[in-house]
Design a protein around this ligand. Structure first.
Ligand code: SAM
Length: 166
Protein backbone atom coordinates (compact mmCIF):
# COMPACT_ATOMS: atom_id res chain seq x y z
CA UNK A 1 0.00 0.00 0.00
CA UNK A 2 1.28 3.48 -0.87
CA UNK A 3 1.41 5.89 2.06
CA UNK A 4 0.94 9.55 1.29
CA UNK A 5 3.77 10.98 3.41
CA UNK A 6 6.23 8.11 3.35
CA UNK A 7 9.94 8.48 2.62
CA UNK A 8 10.72 5.79 0.06
CA UNK A 9 13.91 3.85 -0.49
CA UNK A 10 16.61 6.21 -1.79
CA UNK A 11 14.63 9.37 -1.10
CA UNK A 12 16.25 12.20 0.86
CA UNK A 13 14.48 14.49 3.31
CA UNK A 14 16.08 17.62 4.73
CA UNK A 15 15.35 19.91 7.65
CA UNK A 16 13.84 22.94 5.89
CA UNK A 17 14.49 26.42 7.25
CA UNK A 18 11.57 27.99 9.10
CA UNK A 19 9.01 29.31 6.60
CA UNK A 20 9.03 33.03 5.91
CA UNK A 21 5.83 34.83 5.07
CA UNK A 22 5.85 35.55 1.34
CA UNK A 23 2.66 37.54 1.80
CA UNK A 24 0.50 35.17 -0.23
CA UNK A 25 -3.24 35.53 0.03
CA UNK A 26 -5.55 32.78 -1.05
CA UNK A 27 -7.98 34.38 -3.49
CA UNK A 28 -10.44 31.51 -3.62
CA UNK A 29 -10.83 27.78 -3.46
CA UNK A 30 -11.07 25.01 -6.02
CA UNK A 31 -13.92 22.53 -5.91
CA UNK A 32 -13.18 19.18 -7.54
CA UNK A 33 -14.59 15.64 -7.28
CA UNK A 34 -11.41 14.32 -5.60
CA UNK A 35 -11.16 13.97 -1.83
CA UNK A 36 -8.17 11.57 -1.71
CA UNK A 37 -4.75 12.43 -3.08
CA UNK A 38 -4.28 8.99 -4.52
CA UNK A 39 -7.53 9.32 -6.48
CA UNK A 40 -6.46 12.62 -8.14
CA UNK A 41 -5.10 12.53 -11.67
CA UNK A 42 -1.38 13.35 -11.84
CA UNK A 43 -2.13 16.05 -14.42
CA UNK A 44 -5.44 17.55 -15.49
CA UNK A 45 -7.03 16.69 -18.82
CA UNK A 46 -9.23 18.81 -21.02
CA UNK A 47 -11.76 15.97 -21.10
CA UNK A 48 -11.68 15.64 -17.31
CA UNK A 49 -14.60 16.53 -15.04
CA UNK A 50 -15.95 20.04 -14.76
CA UNK A 51 -14.52 21.73 -11.66
CA UNK A 52 -15.45 24.99 -9.97
CA UNK A 53 -13.08 27.80 -9.07
CA UNK A 54 -14.75 29.96 -6.43
CA UNK A 55 -13.27 33.45 -6.03
CA UNK A 56 -13.53 35.09 -2.61
CA UNK A 57 -14.30 38.73 -2.01
CA UNK A 58 -12.77 41.27 -2.45
CA UNK A 59 -11.24 39.64 -5.56
CA UNK A 60 -14.42 38.98 -7.58
CA UNK A 61 -14.07 42.33 -9.39
CA UNK A 62 -10.71 41.10 -10.68
CA UNK A 63 -12.55 38.62 -12.92
CA UNK A 64 -13.76 41.38 -15.28
CA UNK A 65 -12.89 40.42 -18.86
CA UNK A 66 -11.77 36.90 -18.07
CA UNK A 67 -14.60 35.43 -20.16
CA UNK A 68 -12.69 36.52 -23.27
CA UNK A 69 -10.15 33.74 -22.67
CA UNK A 70 -10.80 30.10 -23.41
CA UNK A 71 -7.72 28.89 -21.61
CA UNK A 72 -6.42 30.04 -18.26
CA UNK A 73 -3.37 29.31 -16.19
CA UNK A 74 -4.34 28.39 -12.64
CA UNK A 75 -1.92 28.51 -9.71
CA UNK A 76 -2.84 26.71 -6.51
CA UNK A 77 -1.34 25.76 -3.17
CA UNK A 78 -1.01 22.01 -2.70
CA UNK A 79 -1.72 22.45 0.98
CA UNK A 80 -1.40 18.82 2.11
CA UNK A 81 2.06 18.26 0.65
CA UNK A 82 5.15 17.59 2.68
CA UNK A 83 7.86 20.10 1.83
CA UNK A 84 11.14 18.54 2.87
CA UNK A 85 12.18 16.07 0.15
CA UNK A 86 15.08 16.99 -2.13
CA UNK A 87 15.36 13.61 -3.88
CA UNK A 88 12.27 11.58 -4.71
CA UNK A 89 11.42 8.21 -6.15
CA UNK A 90 8.19 8.68 -8.11
CA UNK A 91 7.99 4.99 -8.98
CA UNK A 92 9.03 3.83 -5.52
CA UNK A 93 11.74 1.68 -7.09
CA UNK A 94 14.78 3.18 -5.40
CA UNK A 95 15.67 5.31 -8.46
CA UNK A 96 15.55 8.96 -7.43
CA UNK A 97 15.57 12.39 -9.05
CA UNK A 98 15.86 15.86 -7.63
CA UNK A 99 12.63 17.59 -6.69
CA UNK A 100 13.18 20.35 -9.23
CA UNK A 101 13.41 17.76 -12.00
CA UNK A 102 9.89 16.54 -11.18
CA UNK A 103 6.33 17.93 -11.24
CA UNK A 104 5.69 16.30 -7.89
CA UNK A 105 3.40 18.10 -5.42
CA UNK A 106 6.10 17.54 -2.77
CA UNK A 107 8.30 20.63 -3.01
CA UNK A 108 9.59 23.38 -0.72
CA UNK A 109 6.81 25.71 -1.88
CA UNK A 110 4.01 23.41 -3.05
CA UNK A 111 2.65 25.50 -5.91
CA UNK A 112 0.69 23.62 -8.57
CA UNK A 113 -0.10 24.98 -12.01
CA UNK A 114 -2.55 23.85 -14.66
CA UNK A 115 -3.79 25.14 -17.98
CA UNK A 116 -7.57 24.80 -17.94
CA UNK A 117 -10.38 25.31 -20.43
CA UNK A 118 -12.82 27.98 -19.27
CA UNK A 119 -16.38 26.75 -19.81
CA UNK A 120 -18.42 29.46 -18.08
CA UNK A 121 -18.30 32.36 -15.67
CA UNK A 122 -21.17 32.39 -13.16
CA UNK A 123 -20.69 35.47 -10.99
CA UNK A 124 -17.81 34.67 -8.61
CA UNK A 125 -17.44 31.12 -9.92
CA UNK A 126 -15.58 29.78 -12.94
CA UNK A 127 -16.44 26.40 -14.44
CA UNK A 128 -13.32 24.81 -15.90
CA UNK A 129 -11.85 21.54 -17.09
CA UNK A 130 -8.26 20.40 -16.74
CA UNK A 131 -7.58 20.37 -13.00
CA UNK A 132 -5.83 17.72 -10.93
CA UNK A 133 -6.15 18.92 -7.32
CA UNK A 134 -8.09 17.94 -4.25
CA UNK A 135 -11.43 19.44 -3.36
CA UNK A 136 -10.92 22.65 -1.33
CA UNK A 137 -7.40 23.33 -2.60
CA UNK A 138 -6.56 27.01 -2.01
CA UNK A 139 -6.27 29.21 -5.11
CA UNK A 140 -3.28 31.54 -5.52
CA UNK A 141 -3.79 33.17 -8.94
CA UNK A 142 -5.46 33.08 -12.35
CA UNK A 143 -3.97 34.37 -15.61
CA UNK A 144 -4.80 34.11 -19.30
CA UNK A 145 -2.79 31.27 -20.85
CA UNK A 146 0.42 32.93 -22.02
CA UNK A 147 0.31 31.02 -25.32
CA UNK A 148 -2.91 32.83 -26.22
CA UNK A 149 -2.32 36.13 -24.48
CA UNK A 150 -2.52 39.21 -26.65
CA UNK A 151 -1.74 42.57 -25.09
CA UNK A 152 -4.76 44.86 -25.01
CA UNK A 153 -3.15 47.50 -27.25
CA UNK A 154 -0.18 47.49 -29.61
CA UNK A 155 3.03 48.43 -27.84
CA UNK A 156 4.16 52.03 -28.29
CA UNK A 157 7.76 53.23 -28.02
CA UNK A 158 8.53 53.78 -24.35
CA UNK A 159 5.63 51.58 -23.16
CA UNK A 160 7.78 48.94 -21.54
CA UNK A 161 10.47 50.57 -19.49
CA UNK A 162 12.33 48.53 -16.92
CA UNK A 163 10.05 48.17 -13.91
CA UNK A 164 6.80 48.56 -15.87
CA UNK A 165 3.94 46.15 -15.33
CA UNK A 166 4.31 44.67 -18.82
N1 SAM B 1 -0.63 20.16 -12.29
C1 SAM B 1 0.17 20.56 -11.15
C2 SAM B 1 1.58 20.87 -11.58
O1 SAM B 1 2.07 20.22 -12.52
O2 SAM B 1 2.20 21.76 -11.00
C3 SAM B 1 0.13 19.53 -10.02
C4 SAM B 1 0.69 18.19 -10.39
S1 SAM B 1 0.77 17.11 -8.99
C5 SAM B 1 1.64 15.75 -9.74
C6 SAM B 1 -0.87 16.50 -8.85
C7 SAM B 1 -0.98 15.59 -7.66
O3 SAM B 1 -0.87 16.35 -6.47
C8 SAM B 1 -2.31 14.88 -7.55
O4 SAM B 1 -2.30 13.68 -8.28
C9 SAM B 1 -2.42 14.61 -6.05
O5 SAM B 1 -1.75 13.41 -5.71
C10 SAM B 1 -1.62 15.76 -5.43
N2 SAM B 1 -2.48 16.80 -4.86
C11 SAM B 1 -3.56 17.35 -5.42
N3 SAM B 1 -4.09 18.31 -4.64
C12 SAM B 1 -3.31 18.36 -3.54
C13 SAM B 1 -3.31 19.16 -2.37
N4 SAM B 1 -4.24 20.11 -2.16
N5 SAM B 1 -2.35 18.94 -1.44
C14 SAM B 1 -1.40 17.98 -1.65
N6 SAM B 1 -1.34 17.20 -2.74
C15 SAM B 1 -2.29 17.40 -3.68
Amino acid sequence: MVRESEVRAGEVAVEPPPPTDAGLVFIGRIRTPWTQRLACPRQGREDGPTCRIEIHEPWVAALAGIEAYQRLEVLYWLHLSRRDLVRQSPRNDGATRGTFALRTPVRPNPIGTAIVRLLAVEGPTLLVRGLDCLDDTPLIDLKPDRALFTPLAPAQPGDFELGDRA
